[in-house]
Write a protein that binds this ligand. Structure first.
Ligand SMILES: Cc1cc2nc3c(=O)[nH]c(=O)nc-3n(C[C@H](O)[C@H](O)[C@H](O)COP(=O)(O)O)c2cc1C
Length: 195
């Protein structure tokens, strides 16, 4: 068991038939698991997330799948969003999912795996994710842009571009380091040391 073990929630936010970004989502989840971390993948395709009517924190009767997502976010020390770029932004499905919550994200560490079919690794989606995270009063952190996703993973989700093995391994480490900075125990220790 690692010295610091954050609770990590990987969020995959596309439901498109034949989607590719599920591959890095599953791959990074497996890497956290293999390194001994407490990790869970929230795959939106396995849930029914309705279009936002009332945010969870304002609702007396939230949709059960939204409530499930809310509880997982509240329990997480670190959220890793896996998002492709759709038309220079993040997919609408992911934005709708994120918009259902608000106070639940406060002070949580965020990291990002962005994905594109071409050579830019979804960096415009990444820029929007930073803005969204800041609006949540959360903490934007490390990112791993994955370009040419169709050449990095095969159709079964096997990593075929070995150059990404080290990149994902390093990403796992920096995500945990970032989460540690904002974990309640670490923040408490820093504050004590400051006085
Ligand atoms: C609706 C749509 C819009 C896209 N727009 C962009 C874009 O603006 N920039 C880009 O680099 N790739 C774009 N792509 C390519 C995707 O990033 C790439 O196909 C990715 O695998 C899509 O994620 P998904 O497979 O999980 O649906 C777009 C793909 C779709 C389906």
């Amino acid at each position: 068991m690692p010295a610091f073990s954050p609770k990590i929630l990987v969020v995959q936010g596309t439901v498109r038939d034949g989607r590719n970004s599920i591959h890095p989502a599953r791959y990074v989840t497996d890497r956290f698991q293999e390194n001994g971390y407490d990790v869970e993948l929230f795959d939106m395709k396995e849930h029914e997330i309705p279009p936002l009517t009332t945010p969870r924190y304002m609702s007396t009767d939230p949709h059960p799948d939204v409530d499930t997502f809310g509880k997982k976010v509240e329990a997480a020390d670190s959220i890793v969003i896996v998002a492709p770029e759709y038309n220079h932004s993040i997919p609408g499905t992911l934005k709708n999912l994120l918009d259902h919550l608000y106070p639940e994200y406060e002070d949580t560490a965020f990291s990002y795996v962005t994905v594109s079919a071409g050579g830019f690794g979804g960096v415009r989606a990444l820029s929007h994710l930073h803005d969204i995270t800041l609006e949540f009063d959360a903490h934007p952190g490390p990112d791993l842009p994955v370009s040419n996703v169709g050449e990095v993973f095969d159709d079964d989700g096997t990593l075929i571009d070995e150059t990404y093995e080290d990149a994902f391994e390093e990403f796992v480490e920096v995500v945990v380091e970032h989460a540690e900075q904002f974990a309640p125990s670490a923040v408490g220790a820093t504050r004590e040391a400051d006085v």
